[in-house]
Design a binder for this molecule. Sequence first.
Ligand SMILES: *[C@@H]1O[C@H](CO)[C@@H](O)[C@H](O)[C@H]1NC(C)=O
Ligand SMILES: *[C@@H]1O[C@H](CO)[C@@H](O)[C@H](O)[C@H]1NC(C)=O
Ligand SMILES: *[C@@H]1O[C@H](CO)[C@@H](O)[C@H](O)[C@H]1NC(C)=O
Ligand SMILES: *[C@@H]1O[C@H](CO)[C@@H](O)[C@H](O)[C@H]1NC(C)=O
Ligand SMILES: *[C@@H]1O[C@H](CO)[C@@H](O)[C@H](O)[C@H]1NC(C)=O
Length: 527
Amino acid sequence: MARNSFTTSLLLTLTIFITITISSSHQPLALKPKPQFFGKFASSTNHSHSHQQSNFHYETRFFQQQLDHFSFKKSPKFPQRYLINTDNWVAGSGPIFLYCGNEGDIVWFAQNTGFVWEIAPRFGAMVVFPEHRYYGESVPFGSKEAAYKNASMLGFLNAEQALADFAVLITDLKQNLSAEACPVVLFGGSYGGMLAAWMRLKYPNIAIGALASSAPILQFEDIVPLETFYDIVSNGFKRESSTCFNYIKQSWDEIESKGQTTDGLDFLTKTFNFCQKLKSTGDLWGWLESAYSYLAMVNYPYPSEFLMPLPGNPIKEVCRRIDGGPTGTSILERIYEGVNVYYNYTGEIKCFELDDDPHGLSGWDWQACTEMVMPMSCSKESSMYPPYEYNYSSFEEDCFKKFGVKPRPRWITTEFGGHNIHKVLKHFGSNIIFSNGLLDPWSGGSVLQDISESIVSLVTKEGAHHIDLRASTKNDPDWLVNQRATEIKLIQGWINDYYQESQAVYEVKIPSSLSKILSSLSKIIGF
Ligand SMILES: *[C@@H]1O[C@H](CO)[C@@H](O)[C@H](O)[C@H]1NC(C)=O
Ligand SMILES: *[C@@H]1O[C@H](CO)[C@@H](O)[C@H](O)[C@H]1NC(C)=O
Ligand SMILES: *[C@@H]1O[C@H](CO)[C@@H](O)[C@H](O)[C@H]1NC(C)=O
Ligand SMILES: *[C@@H]1O[C@H](CO)[C@@H](O)[C@H](O)[C@H]1NC(C)=O
Ligand SMILES: *[C@@H]1O[C@H](CO)[C@@H](O)[C@H](O)[C@H]1NC(C)=O
């Protein structure tokens, strides 16, 4: 989930028509945060995941899914893709590990959720990764063009329908595999983690527990301070180097003053090596802001390739380059050197593209403009971004221009809760792990304290965006190894309880003497 903030102009450049309007009108600039977990600029290269692919394999299947679960009007079905592996499954009784697909290609998420694949064998578990509707290959109305055409076609893209998809799919799959008795454990990271937590609360009949990693279910309305996200990003840079933080903080004005003229925009285009000429400084702001936010999310202690190929502790490396320029290096040259770590670590990029969406994540714009309204501001004091105060009216205007819809900012908390969550869930619900790393800017909107004995929070100081769900590596620090061990223990506990309780129910229902009589009876009368 990723593009976290955007200028008005960047938001609007998504349509060519509006780009023209923008470039001719001089809008006052503000970095208008528009949260996205993984969005544009998440990867500008099609780097292969070949070395990861050997860790797991799966079969790809399609399920004819109901387009609208909440109307009995005749509606078309759509093919929902899911990945499945039953190699380790103890047929008929082993657990089912269900990953709640999030806003992108499910193969990409599967590749970056090694934890689930790795632990399946020890549980004798089946692994299922259903794709989220409207993403990847799970697109209704025959094509992405048709599905994304307008608000009526996009109207079926929401979290409620997606959860119902998972519930319907898994129920059908269990029936097909004679797996009705198998406990389902949910997994999810980021938006997928939100779905996992909500699904456990909404469908306790379907799943016995959920590991919700980096799931900002509290990033709505005013539940957490609006500055939290960008403050955490900024702290990630400040903790490495305050000069680095200050260079970034100063760079926005520098860009803004350069960008006043066409020559200035040419200069910025050259300085940052863009393939196409910059149309506005807003585009550059958005591009930089995304890089910093993503860097904070994937500030993993070892080299990784989730959003981009990156070194371990990438923010440290960015700051090393920003700070390291010889005396006389301009602020913008320093910034260029720094973001090269994010956009060009392999050194293979000839020039930078401003329009890039390799993982097919564009549907998040729609979700953000309807129910996933996550307000964010940038603090003047503590953030390294230009100050910005969240303005709902202007957000609403942008959404209306783009999709012809008005957001419903209070819907998510009405549907799934969020306010006073500790009080509300203390006596309702069970078996949810909220895991978070405090380096992750999304941790600010997540559950960071235990709610009850079985709705628990696992917090690591040095963790970033759902690092616990990633495949283990030789370089895993102890805190990560321990975090995963705790998760495994808790999941094991849910499964044990489930089997014990099923056993107890079975024994109560059919005491053994009766069961003997029944079985001989059944032989006689043949039922
Ligand atoms: C990315 O690489 C894979 C494997 O090499 C290839 O199948 C796929 O078509 C490529 N995608 C794009 C968008 O280039
Ligand atoms: C959206 O597009 C479909 C297919 O072209 C059309 O039938 C429908 O009327 C459109 N809806 C709106 C609100 O424009
Ligand atoms: C279950 O089996 C039916 C009949 O073969 C098939 O159409 C359906 O897609 C299967 N369900 C799933 C979830 O694969
Ligand atoms: C990427 O890095 C290489 C090697 O440092 C450099 O030659 C190239 O110009 C960089 N690409 C961009 C777009 O700056
Ligand atoms: C918020 O946005 C609206 C609509 O664009 C605008 O009229 C209003 O002045 C803005 N409010 C503030 C405080 O900037």
